[in-house]
Design a protein around this ligand. Sequence first.
Ligand code: PEP
Ligand code: MG
Length: 549
Amino acid sequence: MNRGADMEKVIGKSILKGMAIGKILFYQKGQQQVKHIKVEDTEAEKKRYEEAKEIAVRQLNELQEKATKEAGEMNAAVFEVYAIMLEDGDYVDSVLNIIETQQVNAEFAVATTGDNFSKMFAEMDDDYFKARAVDVKDISERLIDVLSGKENGGNIGNEPVIIVADDLAPSETVQMDKEKLLGFVTRHGSSNSHTAILARTMNIPALIGVDIREEWDGKLAIIDGYSGTLYVEPDQETYDQMKVRQEEDRKSREMLQQLKGKEDVTLDGKKIKLYANIGGVKDVASVLANDAAGIGLFRSEFLYLESEDYPSEESQFAAYKTVAENMAGKKVIVRTLDIGADKQIDYFNLNHENNPAMGYRAIRICLDRVDIFKTQLRALLRASVFGNIAIMYPMIISVDEVRKIKEIVEEVKAEFDAKGVPYGEFEQGIMIETPAAVMISDLLAEEVDFFSIGTNDLTQYTLAIDRQNMKLDNIYDSHHPAVLRMIQMTIENGHKHGCWVGICGELGADPTLTKTFLEMGIDELSVSPSLVLPTRKNIREIDIQKHNS
Ligand code: PEP
Ligand code: MG
């Protein structure tokens, strides 16, 4: 092995303590790569396009077959629609026409056609056609990927890789094949962005704030998530050291396995519920593997982010039912749709906002577009028959909102009662993630069964620091006394007024605060699946009485 002549060592901010060794795949968003190239032989270019179209149709047919097996015929139908769109006469004519008249490469002709058609759809009044804007973009990107010899979007090839990218949106991350992802390295992003949270949920080492370079594509690299270092083309000595560290990492994880089946209880007998956060059905396996006592936060918006269009009641019902059944009676807290801010979904056609974190998001959208909200509630209520589902509402700022939500839930129940559709018992709770909710937590506690403190947003809104802003990452301080006092106040008010209180923000897994939270009287902590056992270890080593004496 002759490694290392050109080793580069770059420092970034680590998102997860772990090691990854593998080849780099430099990931670029499809559209950015399209170059305008003059061509002489337009006939050859047209032929190239026709061939790419056939490949894309074949890919879509294969995807349709795979999706039919995995997600049912209805959910797979979208690929059939895409295949039909690829053959659409107007679309095809436009591409051929641009190649011919402008004497340009097929990629450019497809990109131009895709842009034109998607703009045209987006401007239509009809919601159905509006939503097709995204589909046209998608098929155009697929065609461009085929033409330029790249795999399609979410597919990152067959070999496991470390993805290096400028930035990754949650919608991109969630579509990547988890089996093939060894790690992420990005230039942008912040430690509390949803892409970072996803990396933690998927237990994938990730670094942000790295000065990335395209030349790294295909090179061997190592992510050391303990020191926040990326080694590109490591020398033999570094490689050997990191291999040792990787092995130590594996062993310490193995040691934690011994805590499986053990209680979440302090040395002096204080019991706590230790739950896990998930983004979708596929994360349940890791919740079970890490022996969490329940799911404290199912970020249901990822069902929407993974989807090409509004997920139907049936597809949501299937997802919630599967999670509830797999958890076999353990609590599953599903948070209703929380999009907006960094979680953008094209088919919602949300307007551009100057300050989206404080904008039209989460429950505000649901209370405005009640049809979307009711579809989700129906799916949740129906699924509640199959397990221990609880429903949680995000971004609450007033009692009024909670009352409106409860009225809508009652409407859904009344519809079901009239039709004889069964639903189970379910707790209802709210996220406490705005200072407003903290300050009126005594009043809110009268309305709901539980609180779950979202420290990611609570920190952002309390300190007036955008959680996405990398420049402010070093002063985004969830340990700030203002945040800790808010947590204390929420727990006290919750308990006084009959609510149990948990934490589902990233701070819940902070080992330096586990004792503080227990002293404050927290009832539940919900953490990334991979952090369940480390958190259990902390809890079991704490003696609250001793500290107080
Ligand atoms: C939070 O804000 O702490 C939270 C758990 O929700 P999200 O990170 O999805 O905004
Ligand atoms: Mg939040």
